[in-house]
Design a protein around this ligand. Structure first.
Ligand SMILES: [Zn+2]
Length: 76
């Protein structure tokens, strides 16, 4: 009697979106090339640039600009 038959785990390559099997040598990338491309993105700061809001200094700036005036600044 066979045990539970697991279907091969398949994910998508973060670089090219191609299908990758968990047993592949370069998992989670579909190939060594895609792995290197992904590492290159990190090295060149592409991912940092895509999320500048996470920079604490930027958050401070935004807080300073919007902190004083909330709604209801009319004198009555
Ligand atoms: Zn790929």
């Amino acid at each position: 009697m066979p045990a539970k038959k697991k279907s091969a785990k398949v994910l998508r390559c973060p670089t090219c979106g191609g299908l990758v099997r968990a047993k592949d040598e370069d998992f989670p990338f579909c190939s060594d090339r895609c792995r290197k491309i992904d590492l290159g993105k990190w090295a060149t700061g592409v991912y940092k640039i895509s999320s500048p809001v996470l920079d604490p200094e930027v958050l401070e700036d935004l807080g300073g600009l919007t902190g004083g005036h909330s709604q209801g600044s009319n004198d009555e």
